[in-house]
Design a binder for this molecule. Structure first.
Ligand code: HEC
Ligand code: HEC
Length: 390
């Protein structure tokens, strides 16, 4: 195949890519897809500030500095965020050189303007293949208390998660040794590793630590909700006060979210992250059992992690399989469509054990959607420190 001559180096990568092709696709399709596999030119150096941006000491609102938020922070003492570490993580996150054919980076599926998710049901990997789940928003991922990552919580930490897309045969198609030799072949990395970790050594452990630091630095705290919330004392329950900067409709939606809707019981306050994976009654029988398929515990079938609801307006489509295109559809699910799965979470059951029905009026449903949109974070969406340095 002509494709061979297009690979300048990295025989191992070439071999595995070729094998993948021949085992998964018919010869004819391979030929028609050749341009996709052409190894794109080496991406040029990133442009970075002389003094790194602030990632470590974000000035967070005072209501982030209370136990329900700080106890949920999954940053390990072995990998605190540093400005130089997250800077290296940012470069790695945006570097297309890290995929087999140099065509995609983490950011291809985790776009800054979409709360670091992908506005399609399933994302496209380096060779045109599709992911089997919807790409997750990364906002406030650091505030998930058990620190587990992915919809099915299969990764024990952000560090363990970070290598998975790189070696995933659909997503980036590499092996970790290939990734490390790629990074070693790029002139801009030794200085970045030096600044981040004190020497120019480039290895897997440092690489995943830097990526995890960048992911954990993606904190959303600059929303319309935050402007309203800031006017009240830390210990004030946001459910019980009207925010001065909210419309009547947004305040009504806030009230539903925190009271009758019981949304906050699973989607938290302030960081709007979840306390853990739950079954929210999407199906009577799930084709994808999420956590249950990983743990082989049937009592966890249909359990999924929910990303933070901050930035939710921009991270459509919704749920692990991207089944809902709009927030109106999500709200209708919780209003009238929750299924009586045996593992359905108690918060979504009526006293008789059946799925609860909220019986929201059209105006209330619209109000709940309006409230969810107050969680949009234009700050992080446009902040240069989270943008591509290339
Ligand atoms: C081809 C698309 C694609 C690429 C490339 C990709 N991701 Fe993802 N990402 C996804 C999908 C899809 C999921 C959900 C997968 C699942 O749960 O099984 C996900 C989930 C995640 C999560 C879990 C979030 C959470 O709250 O649990 C993190 C973190 C993440 N990706 C970071 C990265 C990083 C870092 C890279 C680059 C090294 C990357 N992704 C590359 C599609 C992609
Ligand atoms: C029992 C816990 C629970 C309750 C109560 C709950 N949710 Fe959820 N929510 C979840 C889980 C779990 C998911 C992810 C489910 C999946 O993808 O399979 C989710 C997903 C979502 C998503 C999509 C997230 C994304 O990134 O795709 C939105 C939006 C949402 N919920 C809003 C709400 C609203 C609004 C309410 C209140 C009416 C609510 N939730 C009540 C557990 C809950």
């Amino acid at each position: 195949m002509k494709i061979h001559s297009l690979f300048a180096h990295g025989t191992a990568v070439l071999m595995s890519t070729t094998l993948f092709l021949s085992s998964c696709q018919k010869g004819q399709e391979v030929i028609s897809q050749e341009p996709v596999f052409a190894l794109a030119p080496v991406i040029q150096s990133p442009t970075l500030p002389t003094t790194p941006y602030f990632y470590a000491n974000l000035v967070l609102p005072n209501y982030f500095n209370q136990p329900n938020v700080t106890n949920a922070n999954n940053t390990p003492s072995t990998n605190p965020i540093t400005d130089n570490g997250a800077t290296l993580g940012r470069v790695l996150f945006y570097d297309k050189n890290l995929s087999a054919n140099r065509t995609i980076s983490c950011a291809s599926c985790h776009k800054q303007g979409n709360s670091f998710s992908d506005p399609v049901t399933f994302s496209t990997g380096f060779a045109g293949g599709k992911t089997t789940r919807n790409s997750m928003s990364l906002l406030n991922a650091r505030y998930y208390p058990n620190g587990r990552f992915f919809w099915d919580e299969r990764s024990a930490s952000a560090e363990a998660q970070a290598s998975q897309p790189l070696v995933n045969p659909v997503e980036m198609g590499m092996t970790m040794p290939d990734v490390i030799s790629r990074i070693n072949s790029l002139s801009y990395y030794p200085a970045l590793y030096q600044k981040a970790f004190g020497s120019t050594t480039i290895d897997s452990a440092r690489t995943v630590r830097a990526i995890a630091q960048f992911v954990r630095s993606m904190v959303s705290y600059r929303t319309k909700y935050d402007v309203g919330r800031s006017a009240f004392a830390v210990n004030q329950n946001p459910a019980t006060v009207n925010f001065a900067n909210f419309s009547t409709q947004e305040n009504r939606g806030k009230q539903i979210f925190f009271t009758t809707g019981a949304c906050a019981s699973c989607h938290g306050t302030e960081t709007f992250t979840s306390p853990g994976a739950k079954n929210n009654g999407l199906d009577l029988v799930y084709t994808d059992n999420g956590v249950g398929a990983v743990t082989r515990n049937a009592a966890q079938n249909g359990f999924f992690k929910s990303p933070s609801l901050r930035g939710i307006e921009k991270s459509a489509p919704y749920m692990h399989d991207g089944r809902f295109a709009t927030l109106e559809q999500v709200v209708e699910h919780y209003n009238s469509q929750v299924k009586p799965h045996q593992n359905l979470s108690p918060e979504l059951r009526a006293p008789n054990g059946q799925p609860r029905r909220l019986n929201l009026s059209a105006a209330d449903k619209a109000a709940l959607v309006a409230f969810l949109k107050t969680l949009t974070d234009t700050g992080i969406e446009t902040d240069v420190k989270y943008s591509s340095p290339f």
